[in-house]
Design a binder for this molecule. Structure first.
Ligand SMILES: *[C@@H]1O[C@H](CO)[C@@H](O)[C@H](O)[C@H]1NC(C)=O
Ligand SMILES: *[C@@H]1O[C@H](CO)[C@@H](O)[C@H](O)[C@H]1NC(C)=O
Ligand SMILES: *[C@@H]1O[C@H](CO)[C@@H](O)[C@H](O)[C@H]1NC(C)=O
Length: 145
């Protein structure tokens, strides 16, 4: 699981456990196409990274951008033969400063490019009873055995 998915899972759990929220009656589904904005927060590393993501499973493509579009990444699964990644980002070298460049990285047979989801796959998870509904007070969604 990537840092992004880990961060989102934590956010989801605190959202589920949050006082103002109704308890979910079923595991959340995010669908095959979505757009989401958020902030990756890693307090111990003092990182606050705003991101925005578009996920299109039907189109076999995803895009994630950071810092309000300063860095844009594409994950295109359907480019033959093994998919391709693009990264558009400012680059500073000895001779130039903050020049926007586009980089391409093709997938390989051993490591094809795959879409990058933001939300974790909730298949196999079930919603646990509301906190305090049973002794021990489990809070977050637990994985089924
Ligand atoms: C997406 O990938 C699936 C599985 O490889 C393929 O069947 C489908 O045609 C692809 N869709 C597009 C829009 O490329
Ligand atoms: C998702 O991909 C499909 C197939 O390429 C395309 O027709 C559709 O417009 C895309 N949806 C969005 C929201 O971009
Ligand atoms: C990626 O693959 C495409 C199509 O095969 C090719 O034109 C392109 O030069 C490749 N890019 C890199 C960075 O290897």
């Amino acid at each position: 699981m990537g840092v992004l998915q880990g961060a989102v899972l934590v956010a989801l759990c605190s959202w589920v456990a949050g006082k103002g929220c109704k308890h979910l009656s079923k595991t959340p589904e995010f669908g095959d196409i979505y757009h989401v904005k958020g902030v990756i927060s890693l307090p111990y590393a003092e990182i606050e990274e705003p991101f925005e993501a578009w996920y299109n499973k039907t189109g076999n493509s995803s895009r994630i951008q950071y810092y309000d579009g300063q860095v844009i990444t594409y994950q295109l699964e359907s480019v033959e033969p093994y998919g391709t990644n693009y990264k558009i980002t400012p680059e500073t070298t000895e001779t130039e400063m903050n020049v926007v460049k586009c980089f391409q990285l093709n997938g390989t047979k051993e490591s094809p490019v795959t879409l990058q989801t933001v939300f974790p796959d909730t298949n196999g998870f079930k919603v646990s009873p509301p906190a305090g509904a049973w002794a021990g007070g489990g809070r977050s969604a637990g994985r089924q055995a």
